[in-house]
Structures are given as structure tokens and as C-alpha cells.
Design a protein around this ligand. Structure first.
Ligand code: DAH
Length: 344
């Protein structure tokens, strides 16, 4: 037994293998079911107590040395591609790729766009860095309107007649569309907007809006009402009703703010609708004749309506998220909640 152990230890220490195949052959020779060390263990089992005491630790040391040597050789030997005997197990499961998902704001923006596309609206886009003319002047903002104030607007270049700024609303795309598109116009304009606001649960300096514009002969307030009702029911469910409250925007006359019946309590009053049963979703109105004229459209022949809504606001109402900041922080636990949200 002693000679056998010493001989095997010596053989092991001098062992070298070039390929994984050779390593595997060595493993079988020493440690396989009929390997030399396994055979020694069989012999050892028939020893009496004293003999076992004498050889127990030696034979175990031999086995450990063999296991360690085979491991060492396995990590050193080259791959067997050339030898044609791969030790790779091709049936092992692969590394999992994490599947991404759409951001909730993108999901809702796409839903809004799709609802209007179904009834014939085209998508129009415009620049995020705009000039004062397209954001304010052509939209009938009086020269000293507070929305032009430095407080609300990020200016890119200040000081001259038509300064560049980050658009504060997507209504600027209305103007660009009226300038370049033939009549009638029926567009939906999604985009990112910027306002110089402190970030809070209800406000952010960057957010998204979708603007709608429809201009043709004989468009009336009744058409506007119907378009908004259609949208509200598609977005919040067929039971939804709307309410229009008189409001003011420089670019529409008359103007209105629209509320939908609360989709949580169905009008009974809850903490989401602050007990009123109604949730404000957008601003709208009939395009002011001055706005049509500024873009070369004759208000005596054509009329139209416009509306604008905040995408984050619609998303907050739809999913009862009470803090706008969740949409910007990209916390993976929040985003995962929307990974199964289906699109219309
Ligand atoms: N531009 C407005 C805002 O950012 C939203 C809006 C209101 C757009 C009325 C419209 C409209 O087209 O008719 O607050």
C-alpha cells in the first residue's frame, strides 16, 4: 500500500496535460470508478483497524492531491476545439438577458397618439429649441403676458427681438403646422416641453405634452366636445363623462378646461379627485382668429379647435400615481410595474 501511494503521488506531481481530453483521461485513470486510487480505497476497506489507522490519512491525502492536481490541470489546459472533444455542455441554460420595457410616459403618449390617429389625425413634430414668435407671439400672447416672464421660460439667447428659448408648450407646433401644411389640418403633436419650475410632486421643469389641432371649414365647438369625449372614453373607459369649464388661453376663444369623471370613485368623491368626483385633464378651445390670421389662414373661411394635455398628468390619473417625480427617477421597481401594461 505504501509503495503504491508513493508511486501515485510521484506520478501525480509529474503529470502534465495539453488538452482537456488528456485531463479527463488522467482523471479517469486516477479517480474514475476503476481508477488506481479508487482501487486502493477498495483494498483499504478490507484492512484491519491498525492498518486503517496507519494508512487512513495517507490515502486521503493522496486522493485530495489527485483532485487538486486534476483541477489545476483542467484550468491550465487549452480548449479542445482542435482535438474535437469539447467539455462544454451545450444543453446548459444560457445567460439570461434582462428584457427592457417601455417607460410609462412613452406608453401613455403612444396611447394618446393612437386614439387620435384612429380618427384621422396625423402626427406632427417641431423643435424643442424654439423662438419667441412660435411659442408666444403667433399664439396671440400679449407682449407682457406673464408666461413670457423669465420665471417660466428657459431662454437660450435673451435680449433681442425674437429670442431662442426652450418651448414651454407644444402649442408652438400648431403654428409650425399651420405655416407649412395645406388645409384642412388635423394633427396630433406629442413632445417634450420645459418650464422654469421648482421640482415637486406636482411640477417638473421637463415634461411631455400632446397638442391637437383641427382646422377646416365649419368646425364648431360641438366637434371639439365630441373629439374630447371620444378621447376621454378611449383613455379612461366607456363610462367616462366629461365636463367643460370656461377658461382663458390667449390662443383660443372661447377656451375651456376639461374634467373627466373620476375613474376611481366614478363620481362619488375620493381622495384622488379630492371629493369632487372630477379630474382635470386638458385645456382646449376654438382657435382664436388672430392665431389663424398670423399664419395666413382666413378666419372668415376657416375655423378650428385645439387642445393640449400633459402626458404625465394623464399617466398619473390613469395609474393613480400621486408623485410626478416617480416618472423621472427611473427607479427600476417603479418601472417594472408597467412592464406588462398593454398598449391600445
Ligand atoms: N398650451 C397650454 C398649456 O401648456 C395647453 C393648451 C390649452 C393647449 C388650450 C391648447 C389649448 O391647444 O387650446 O398649458
Amino acid at each position: 500500500m505504501k509503495e503504491a501511494i508513493d508511486r501515485l503521488l510521484e506520478e501525480l506531481s509529474g503529470l502534465s496535460c495539453k488538452t482537456q481530453k488528456e485531463v479527463e483521461e488522467a482523471r479517469v485513470r486516477f479517480l474514475g470508478k476503476k481508477g488506481e486510487i479508487t482501487r486502493l480505497f477498495d483494498e483499504f476497506r478490507s484492512f484491519d483497524k491498525d492498518m486503517k489507522r496507519e494508512f487512513g490519512s495517507k490515502i486521503n491525502a493522496l486522493k485530495n492531491a489527485a483532485v487538486a492536481k486534476i483541477e489545476e490541470l483542467r484550468s491550465q489546459a487549452g480548449s479542445d476545439d482542435e482535438a474535437g472533444a469539447s467539455t462544454q455542455d451545450l444543453s446548459m441554460p444560457g445567460d439570461q438577458f434582462e428584457l427592457g420595457s417601455r417607460h410609462p410616459v412613452s406608453i401613455v403618449r403612444q396611447q394618446i397618439v393612437d386614439i387620435f390617429r384612429k380618427v384621422g389625425y396625423e402626427v406632427a413634430e417641431g423643435p424643442e429649441i424654439e423662438d419667441d414668435y412660435h411659442v408666444f407671439e403667433a399664439l396671440n400672447f400679449p407682449p407682457n403676458h406673464p408666461a413670457r416672464d423669465m420665471q417660466d421660460t428657459f431662454f437660450v439667447s435673451a435680449g433681442h427681438l425674437n429670442p431662442l428659448l426652450l418651448r414651454t408648450h407644444t402649442s408652438s407646433v400648431q403654428v409650425r403646422t399651420m405655416e407649412k401644411m395645406g388645409l384642412p389640418i388635423r394633427v396630433i403633436c406629442p413632445g417634450r416641453v420645459f418650464r422654469n419650475e421648482a421640482i415637486s410632486a406636482r411640477a417638473h421643469c421637463i415634461f411631455h405634452q400632446v397638442e391637437g389641432l383641427y382646422i377646416d371649414k365649419g368646425v364648431t365647438f360641438a366637434d371639439l366636445k365630441q373629439a374630447i369625449l371620444m378621447f376621454a372614453r378611449e383613455m379612461f373607459g366607456p363610462e367616462t363623462s366629461i365636463r367643460m369649464r370656461p377658461s382663458y388661453f390667449p390662443f383660443t376663444e372661447p377656451s375651456s378646461e376639461v374634467d373627466v369623471s373620476c375613474n376611481i370613485c366614478h363620481g362619488k368623491g375620493c381622495n384622488i379627485c379630492k371629493g369632487t368626483g372630477w379630474l382635470e385633464i386638458l385645456g382646449c378651445g376654438m382657435v382664436d382668429p388672430n392665431v389663424l390670421k398670423a399664419s395666413g389662414i382666413d378666419p372668415n373661411v376657416y375655423s378650428g379647435f385645439a387642445f393640449g394635455m400633459g402626458v404625465e398628468r394623464i399617466a398619473m390619473l390613469k395609474w393613480q400615481v400621486n408623485d410626478l417625480r416617480h416618472y423621472f427617477e427611473n427607479d427600476i421597481r417603479f418601472l417594472r410595474e408597467f412592464s406588462t401594461a398593454v398598449e391600445v
